[in-house]
Design a protein around this ligand. Structure first.
Ligand SMILES: [Zn+2]
Length: 438
C-alpha cells in the first residue's frame, strides 16, 4: 500500500464544543502530520512523532502554514439542481414549480445526468466537501449517474432516487409501486459498492400520496440501516398545503412519524417552523434537523432556531448543509457564515468552534458515520481539506492582525470560499483539480 506523509497545522474535533474556551473539545497541532497508508489515516500527531514512525524515504507533502481538517460534509443538496441555482423566485413553491421541476425532468436522459454528475463532484471537491447527502431526481438514471461518479472518485456519498407521485409535472412522477421497485433496484445496484450509501428519499409530503408514504415505510422496514431523507416545515404556505393533503395528521412531523419514517437515520431538510410538540418528537426519535442557511435566506423561508433547538431539555440533533439549488453557494464556509448571521438575527451566538465542528465531526455524527469520516482519528478515511486563511488580498491583510486559532477560524468562515481551499483529499488522493475540465 502506498504511504504518504502530509504536513501542516492539524485541527480535528473530539466532541461538540460547549463554549469558545472549550479547548478539550478539539485537538490542534501547530506543526502536525498525518501518515496516510492506502486510503486511511494511520497516524496523526506532531510532525516529529509521525516522521519518526513513518518509513524511511516516505513521500512528504508540505502544506505549511495551512490548516488541515477533515473534509467538509454537506448534509442536504440536490444533484439535479446545478442549473437551478440563482433562479429568481418569490418563495419555495414558486421556485419549485417554475424552475426546479422542469429542470429535474431532464435527468431522465442518462447522458445529461452523467455530465451534470461530473460537474457536481468537481464543484464539491473545489469547495473542500468530501461527503454529501444528496437527492437525485425521480429517475433511476439520475441515481445511476450520481453513484457511478462517486465510485469513480472513491467518495463517501449518501444519495437517493426521489420518490414523488403527485403535484409535479408528468415527467417527474412515479407511482407507489415504481418508487418502491426502483428504490430497491438502486439499493441492489449501488448500496455498499465503493463508499456509496443509498437513502430512502420521499421528496416531501406534498409530492407523495399516502400510498407512496406506505411504500417508503415498507422500504424503511425492509432496510432499517438505510438513511431516510426528506423535507420538513420549510415555508408557511408549504406547511398549510401539506396539512390540507394530510388532514388527519396532528402536524407536519406527525405525517412522517405515522409512516414510520422518523428515526436516528432520518435527515429532515430545513425544519424551521416546528412546534414544541414537533421538536419533542424529533428529539425522541433521534431524527436530525438539517439547517440550510443560504437557502432559507435566499427563498425567504425563515430563521432556523438552531441554538434554541440544541439547548432544549429534549435537544434536537442538528446538521448543516448548502441545499443547492435553493442554496446559493456550494461552500460550507459560506454556509456557516450565513448560519452565523441567522443566529445573530435571533439574538444567539454561534461560535467558530461550533461552526467547524458542525461542518466536520458534527455532520459525521448526524450521519452516524463519525467512525469513518469527519475527524483525523487514525483508522478513519483520509478525506481532508487544506485551508489557507490568507487566500485573497483582503484575507491576507486581515490575517496580519489575527492572533489566535479562533480568530483564524472565524475569518475563514466569514470571508472564505473555494479560493480558500488549497487541496481536497479523498481517500488519501489529492482531488481538487476535478475531472470535467473547463
Ligand atoms: Zn432540499
Amino acid at each position: 500500500m502506498t504511504q504518504k506523509l502530509i504536513r501542516g497545522r492539524l485541527l480535528s474535533f473530539k466532541r461538540a464544543p460547549h463554549s469558545l474556551t472549550d479547548t478539550d473539545s478539539y485537538a490542534y497541532e501547530s506543526d502536525g502530520a498525518l501518515l496516510i497508508v492506502g486510503d486511511r489515516i494511520s497516524v496523526a500527531g506532531s510532525y516529529g512523532t509521525v516522521k519518526a514512525i513513518a518509513p524511511e524515504g516516505v513521500e512528504e507533502v508540505d502544506h505549511r502554514p495551512h490548516l488541515i481538517l477533515p473534509g467538509f460534509i454537506d448534509m442536504h443538496l440536490h444533484f439535479p439542481q446545478m442549473q437551478v441555482i440563482a433562479s429568481y423566485a418569490a418563495d419555495l413553491l414558486e421556485w419549485l414549480n417554475t424552475y426546479t421541476f422542469p429542470e429535474e425532468c431532464r435527468f431522465v436522459e442518462s447522458e445529461h445526468a452523467a455530465r451534470i454528475a461530473t460537474h457536481f463532484y468537481d464543484e464539491l471537491l473545489r469547495h473542500g466537501t468530501t461527503t454529501a447527502a444528496a437527492y437525485c431526481s425521480v429517475h433511476k438514471t439520475s441515481a445511476d449517474a450520481f453513484f457511478a461518479e462517486a465510485l469513480t472518485r472513491g467518495m463517501c456519498m449518501v444519495g437517493g432516487k426521489v420518490m414523488m407521485d403527485r403535484n409535479a409535472p408528468q415527467g417527474l412522477l412515479d407511482t407507489p409501486e415504481m418508487s418502491y421497485d426502483e428504490t430497491r433496484a438502486v439499493i441492489a445496484d449501488w448500496h455498499g459498492r465503493g463508499r456509496n450509501h443509498v437513502a430512502i428519499t420521499p421528496r416531501f409530503a406534498i409530492t407523495s400520496t399516502p400510498g407512496q408514504m406506505k411504500a417508503a415505510q415498507a422500504l424503511a422496514q425492509e432496510f432499517p440501516d438505510l438513511h431516510i431523507q426528506t423535507h420538513l416545515s420549510e415555508n408557511h404556505d408549504e406547511i398549510r398545503y401539506t396539512m390540507e393533503l394530510y388532514p388527519e395528521a396532528t402536524d407536519y412531523t406527525d405525517i412522517y412519524a405515522h409512516y414510520g419514517l422518523l428515526g436516528k437515520k432520518t435527515l429532515l431538510g430545513h425544519a424551521i417552523h416546528l412546534s414544541e410538540r414537533e421538536a419533542d418528537a424529533l428529539s425522541e426519535a433521534g431524527a436530525v434537523a438539517v439547517h440550510c442557511p443560504t437557502s432559507n435566506l435566499f427563498l425567504g423561508s425563515g430563521l432556523f432556531p438552531m441554538k434554541s433547538l440544541m439547548r432544549r431539555e429534549k435537544p434536537v440533533r442538528v446538521a448543516v448543509a448548502t441545499d443547492i439549488g435553493g442554496g446559493s453557494s456550494y461552500s460550507m464556509l459560506r454556509t456557516m457564515d450565513e448560519a452565523y448571521k441567522i443566529q445573530q438575527l435571533l439574538g444567539e451566538r454561534l461560535n467558530p468552534l461550533e461552526s467547524f465542528y458542525l461542518m466536520t465531526r458534527g455532520n459525521a455524527e448526524a450521519l452516524s458515520m463519525a467512525d469513518e469520516i469527519g475527524t483525523l482519528e487514525p483508522g478513519t478515511a483520509a478525506d481532508l481539506v487544506v485551508l489557507n486563511a490568507a487566500s485573497t488580498p483582503a484575507m491576507r491583510l486581515r490575517m496580519e492582525t489575527v492572533k489566535t486559532l479562533l480568530e483564524e477560524l472565524f475569518l475563514l468562515q466569514t470571508m472564505g470560499d473555494d479560493r480558500t481551499v488549497v487541496e481536497t483529499y479523498v481517500a488519501g488522493k489529492a482531488m481538487k483539480g476535478g475531472l470535467a475540465g473547463e
